[in-house]
Each structure stands twice: as C-alpha cells, then as structure tokens.
Ligand binder design. Structure first.
Ligand code: NAD
Length: 490
C-alpha cells in the first residue's frame, strides 16, 4: 500500500524524496505500506487549493456544511470494525481500545454535526435607544491541523469537524506513523460530500508540518502532540500573529486518600497507567497516595498489572499492545533506567516484556515504582509508556501541592468518599479536566477537552467550545433611529 495526498479533489503521490515503512509495532515483520513524505511544495499546493475553495465553502450555510459531518459519521459507523482493526494493526492499541476510539469518534461527529444549527452569537441591549448589538461567528480561512499518532482517528475527527462546520477550509497533516487510519478518516469526509479543496490531506513529517506552520496564507494552527514540538510551533506561529491551539503532554496524577475504596482506586490506576500502553495524553503516570493505605494500594495495582497480557492486539486475550515504535520503546526503557538510578523502589516490571512472539514487537513490561520522590524525573517528565510512579503523602494538602508541582496540567483524579475534600480538590487542582472516583483518561464529546499550564494553549477542543477556536467573532451595531447620533456615550 502506498499513501496519497488528497489535494484539490484528487489523490496524488507526495513528491518528497524520503520514504518511511508503515510497520505494525506489535510485529515489525508486518509492513502495512510505504509512506512517501510530502515536500514543502506539496503543502503549498494544498494551501493554494484550500484558498480557492474557501469563498464558496464559507458561503455554504452552516447547517449544510454540518451535514457533511453527519454523513461522515454514518460512513465511519458502517466501517467501525474494519477501521478498529486497521487502527490496532497500525498503532498497536488492542482491539477493544481501538473500538473504543472509533466509538468515541462517532460520538464526536454526532455531537458536532448539531453545531451547524447552534453556531450562534449573542444579542445585547444597546445603551442607545433604537439600537441593538449582536455578534456573528465567521470562519478564519485556511486552517492547518497537525495531529499525533496516539489517537489517529479521533483527534483528526475532533479537529476537522468543527473546522469544517465553522466554514474554514483545511490542510490536515496526520502523524507520519499513522497514515493509513488518517486516510480512512479523510475518505469518509470525501464520500460524505466534502467539496474539492475544502479538506486537503498532506502526509508528511516535521518538514511538511513546518511548512504549514510558516505558510503566510494559513492564519490558524491547531496542533496536538508533544510539548517540544508544540512549543516551537507556538513560538513560530505567534511570531506571525497566527491563532494557535496546542494540546500537548501530561503528567496526570491520581490522588488516593485514606478513606478511598482501594479496590476501585487500584483498578482505576491500573487502567489509567497501563491502558493503551500508557500512550494517552491523559494516562495516569503518578499515583499520589496517603501513606496509611499506600502498601495495600501498591499491592492491588501490582495484582492488576500482573494479569496484563501484552501482545498483538488483534489476538484474543491480549490486553496490552506495544509502544508505537522503536524510538518510543527506547524512551520508555530509558526512563525505567532513570527511575532505578534515581533510587525509586521497583515493584514490578522494569524491562521489556518477555514472552512468545513479543520479540518481534516493542513491548515494555508494565512497571510500577514505589517511594518515588516528587523531584525525581520519573515524577515530573512525560514518559508515554506503561510506567506508574507512586508517591506517598501525609494528607490532602500535601497531595494537592505535589499534584500541582509539575509543568503539565491536563487531567487528574481523586479517590475519596468525602465530598468536602472532593470540592476542595476541584477548586485547587491545576488541570483542565478532573475526575472523581474514576480514572484519569476519558473525555466525552459534549464536554470541553484540554489542559492548563504547559499542556495547553488556545481554546478548548470538543464540546461547544470546539467552534470557538475555528471562528472569529464579529460585533455588529445596528442603529435603526435613522437620525444623526447626538450621544457621546457609546
Ligand atoms: P509529536 O509532537 O512528535 O508529533 C505531533 C505532530 O507534529 C506529528 O504530525 C508530527 O509529524 C508533527 N511535527 C513534528 N515536528 C514538527 C515541526 N517541527 N513542525 C510542525 N509539525 C511537526 O507528537 P507525537 O509523538 O505524535 O504524539 C505524542 C504526544 O502527543 C504526547 O506528548 C502526548 O501527550 C501528546 N498528546 C496530547 C493530547 C492532548 O490533547 N493534550 C492528545 C494526544 C496526544
């Protein structure tokens, strides 16, 4: 299989010099295809096409634009199982997780399609007689969407849908690690009737991404990915006065107090830490646990972790997939070494996972470190692997202080039976999302999604807020007196 760009209503081969194999990370002997990377010129052609398509698309009524999204939802729904299997083969997450991602994508499109009717503004009384004021939302123009590999179906969908409904045309660059699933998503929008030029797909890596970020005809960039890349995109784009939305890494804590249902907390921590091989921006990477219950909590999480079956996610009984590629796998193993050197207590794992067939893939073992101190690198830096750091604390105050003492702020959760402490936690925790008595991952399509501090800049994604980033508000003043204005108060 070779992957193609979708530009101006045609599938065309990328024109870059470099190619990458698209490899199943659970079994590197399984090669899905070859990706030729796009050149800067490919991006420029895509931008030119999107620019030509913009005037007609912005004049198309929003409910009609949204119908494309509604139809794309139905198309993806009809292919859900096939798409989930492709996702498992390309990215590695196990089939149940892949099905979950596809189901979430369908929810996102379903919710978003209604925005075609809801995309409104406000009206306000004027300070002047026979005047009124209102706002309208208008599209930005050609928007650049740059996405990561870890949710290669859902994240593109949650950016493309609001961008389209808002009346923008799009240059979309998926991760170079997941071109096949990106193509399926784009095909659904094409089949749904997205006109030529309105949604342009450009496969590529940093070179194509950089061209999108620097292109003067793209006034807005929506990026999801690592902090390192997001920061540089933000700097470059802000220097050009572009509108920028970056959703980046996390170091998400679960806080477990002494009155918590420990079985529930341990199950939540295990799901959050080891689910999707820890490769979720919302993964649980720190468990901040009251010292009175920490021993028992660690024992219970370890029991869950021991039951995990790593392997090819298409096989029955497998419960954890691989790291997405060699680089990510090496990164996880190197953080495990850092944890050992920093003096944390290794409870479980601590190396690559061993077992029949695992030698062909990138499988780190589920790993738990106990007695982690808040200053250690494994307690502060995003690992993006199945590694949980347990930090012991004396009370809620100390837990909140440690939870907040990292640069990231995506999600968090608290396990307690005490509503007073829950509400205090909500007041004080520095994350864009928080959960009570449920794991850190998860975000529903009708709710805003995003983080604070170094995790996120720009408007929230998903929910009603998704439209905010992709529109500008215009304030309109209407004077129906028909008379010359005397007042100076306006
Ligand atoms: P990444 O930053 O390496 O790549 C993301 C995208 O940016 C890819 O499409 C890549 O090709 C592109 N890119 C790379 N260099 C670029 C450059 N110089 N200019 C423009 N584009 C460039 O991230 P990744 O490894 O694909 O994804 C994992 C990261 O994504 C993790 O840090 C994770 O926490 C984060 N993430 C965040 C959220 C969120 O909503 N907060 C959601 C999912 C993933």
């Amino acid at each position: 299989m070779e992957y193609r760009n979708w530009i101006d209503g045609e599938w065309v081969e990328p024109s870059g010099e470099r190619t990458l194999p698209n490899v199943n990370p659970a079994d590197t002997r399984d090669v899905l295809g070859t990706l030729r990377l796009s050149s800067r010129e490919d991006v420029r052609r895509a931008v030119a096409g999107a620019k030509r398509a913009f005037p007609a698309w912005r004049r198309t009524p929003a409910p009609e634009r949204a119908r494309v999204v509604a139809r794309a939802q139905k198309i993806l729904e009809a292919q859900a199982d096939e798409l989930a299997r492709l996702l498992t083969r390309e990215e590695g997450k196990v089939l149940a997780e892949a099905r979950g991602e596809v189901a979430k994508t369908i929810n996102v499109l379903e919710f978003m399609a209604g925005e075609g009717y809801r995309m409104g503004g406000i009206t306000r009384p004027s300070v002047l007689p026979s005047n009124f004021c209102y706002t309208v939302r208008q599209p930005l123009g050609v928007v650049g969407l740059i996405t990561p590999w870890n949710f290669p179906v859902c994240i593109p969908a949650w950016k493309i849908a609001p961008a389209l409904i808002a009346g923008n045309t799009i240059v979309f660059k998926p991760s170079e690690l997941t071109p096949a699933t990106a193509e399926v998503v784009v095909r659904a929008f094409i089949e749904a009737g997205c006109p030529a030029g309105v949604l342009q797909l450009v496969h590529g890596d940093a070179e194509a991404g950089d061209e999108i970020v620097r292109h003067p005809e793209i006034p807005a960039i929506s990026f999801t990915g690592s902090n390192e890349v997001g920061r540089s995109i933000y700097e470059t784009a802000a220097g050009m006065l572009k509108k920028v939305q970056c959703e980046m890494g996390g170091k998400n804590p679960i806080v477990v107090l002494e009155d918590a249902d420990l079985e529930l907390a341990a199950a939540g921590a295990a799901k959050g830490a080891f689910g999707s091989t820890g490769q979720r921006c919302t993964a649980t990477s720190r468990a901040i646990v009251h010292e009175a219950v920490a021993d028992r909590f660690v024992e219970l999480v370890a029991e869950h972790a021991r039951r995990i079956v790593p392997g090819n996610g298409l096989q029955e009984g497998v419960t954890m997939g691989p790291s997405v590629d060699r680089e990510q796998f090496d990164k996880v193993l190197s953080y495990i070494e850092i944890g050992k050197q920093e003096g944390a207590t290794l409870v479980l794992g601590g190396s690559r996972a061993e077992g029949e067939g695992l030698e062909h893939g990138y499988f780190p073992a589920p790993t738990i470190f106990d007695h982690v101190r808040p200053g250690m690198r494994i307690a502060r830096e995003e690992i993006f692997g199945p590694v949980l750091s347990v930090i012991r604390v004396r009370d809620l105050d100390e837990a909140i202080e440690i939870a907040n003492d990292v640069e990231y702020g995506l999600t968090s959760s608290l396990y307690t039976r005490d509503p007073n402490r829950w509400f205090r936690f909500v007041d004080e925790i520095e994350t864009g999302i928080t959960h009570l008595n449920s794991p850190t991952p998860g975000g529903e399509s009708q709710m805003p999604f995003g983080g604070v501090k170094a995790t996120g800049v720009g408007a929230r994604e998903m929910g009603d807020t998704a439209i905010d980033f992709f529109t500008e508000l215009k304030a309109v003043y209407v004077d129906y007196t028909g008379a010359k204005r005397e007042s100076n108060v306006y």
